[in-house]
Design a protein around this ligand. Structure first.
Ligand SMILES: Nc1ncnc2c1ncn2[C@@H]1O[C@H](COP(=O)(O)OP(=O)(O)OC[C@H]2O[C@H](OP(=O)(O)O)[C@H](O)[C@@H]2O)[C@@H](O)[C@H]1O
Length: 236
């Protein structure tokens, strides 16, 4: 894993040769106490480098069937907005309907119609159930690149009243799984080029990237729900 100081990007590619302990996920109504337990469990996974070493012994097919496809996160450098047409650009969202700062504000400026759809989605949904969900917005801008916007709702609130890091982390797994399912469903009828992310939760949401990365690496998703190509997740 390349360790760099500058903002890094990560390339997520599907790799079923890894075994990791399946982390149980909480639904969007995770209690604070449960979420803290969850973070200590994620720390345990991070703390055990052997957890991401290829497992000897079990056959590939046995591993796949037992755990589904795992995702490996590699770190590179780049800019999320230079994505090819029909790429899905993913960022962490609050359930309040605000893209007020950070990369969300950059999204709002570049994709005003997508922002309007995100905001309407928040305003017409029960906020209590939005945490841990996702909202995929197909290309809808009048001009500019045809990008899909993948909103993963990792915090109920925004700004100073954002959710705690454990709660944000506990929502990340379910939200990512739901996003991947929505991408898999959409690409049956529409072009989806690749999936790009920023290092979600790692700035204003104050969650060290290694924790979010561990959650993503421990996702177990049916092969049919994963794009069979690498996703470029980039930060400036
Ligand atoms: N052009 C670019 N390409 C690629 N990566 C880029 C980039 N520009 C910055 N990054 C990186 O993208 C990561 C996330 O950094 P951020 O702090 O923005 O997001 P976050 O996920 O921690 O937090 C979400 C809340 O922030 C907002 O704020 P409001 O609540 O509206 O006030 C939202 O609405 C949410 O609520 C950091 O690694 C940045 O280096």
């Amino acid at each position: 894993m390349a360790k760099r100081q500058a903002p890094e990007s990560s390339q997520i590619s599907m790799d079923s040769s890894l075994r990791s302990k399946r982390l149980k996920y909480f639904d969007g109504r995770t209690r604070q106490s449960d979420a803290s337990k969850y973070v200590s469990e994620v720390s345990e996974v991070i703390g055990e480098p052997s957890m991401t070493k290829p497992e000897t012994g079990k056959k590939e097919s046995e591993r796949k069937s037992e755990f589904g496809q795992s995702i490996v996160v590699e770190e590179k450098i780049g800019d999320i907005f230079n994505a090819p047409e029909y790429s899905v650009l993913v960022h962490a969202c609050n359930c309040e309907g605000f893209w007020g700062a950070g990369i969300a504000l950059a999204f709002k400026k570049r994709y005003p119609k997508a922002f309007a759809k995100y905001r309407e989605h928040c305003n017409t949904s029960d906020k209590a159930t939005l945490r841990g969900t996702a909202f995929l917005i197909p290309p809808c801008e009048v001009k500019g690149p045809k990008h899909l916007i993948g909103c993963v709702f990792t915090s109920g609130n925004n700004g100073r009243s954002k959710d705690s890091p454990p709660l944000i982390l506990a929502n990340t797994g379910p939200a990512m799984e739901k996003l991947l399912k929505q991408v898999a469903k959409l690409r049956k009828t529409r072009e989806v080029a690749e999936l790009r992310m920023c290092k979600i939760n790692s700035g204003l949401f104050n969650v060290p990237w290694k924790f979010t990365r561990a959650v993503i690496e421990n996702l177990r998703v049916e092969a049919s729900k994963l794009l069979h190509q690498t996703y470029t997740v980039l930060a400036r």
